[in-house]
Structure formats: C-alpha cells, structure tokens
Design a protein around this ligand. Sequence first.
Ligand code: SF4
Length: 101
Amino acid sequence: MTKDRVVPARMARAPRAMTRRTVVRNAAVALAMLAGGLAAASRGALAQVVRVSKAVAQYQGHPNNGQRCGLCAHYRFPFGCARVRGFVSLHGWCTLYTPRG
Ligand code: SF4
C-alpha cells in the first residue's frame, strides 16, 4: 500500500539554471560596484597624498576677509584639513580656501 504524496508546486519546480545573460548581467553589476568602490578609495587616498605643507598653502593662524578654516570645505573638525598637513585652527586660513557648498 503506497501513499500518494502531495508536493507543493514551488517545490516541484526544478531550480532554474543560470543563463548566459544572467551571468553576464551579474558580472557587469559586480564590476560596476568594484569600480565605484575603487574610485572612491582612490579619491580618499589621493586627498591624503596631495596634502601640502602650511608654507606651500601660505597658511596663517587668523581669518582673511571673513574667510576661515571653519567655513572651508577642506576643514576636518577639530584640528585637521584635507589639503594642508598638521594642526589647523578653526580660525586659520590659507590660499586653498574653498567655501562650503
Ligand atoms: S582654509 Fe586652507 S587650511 Fe583652512 S581648512 Fe581650508 S584648505 Fe585647510
């Protein structure tokens, strides 16, 4: 005596094989994500590499006509700068000043 087993429809279907199109599409997405990650990483690394000395940037410890590090896009709280090496004051200024957008 055998019992008939009822198999749900979703289990009866065989798993779909990956088509060439699916493989190519997934590879393209993975490459795009990798390229984006590398680009972001290299931008960050480049920002570290291109930091210059205070002398080169003509840094001064006081504002210049209302422009100051605290209002600059390169300023990194509390005492850093993405473009100039070393201690940078919130109230300093240099020729690389770029207003925050
Ligand atoms: S003004 Fe110069 S030193 Fe100050 S945060 Fe901007 S780039 Fe850096």
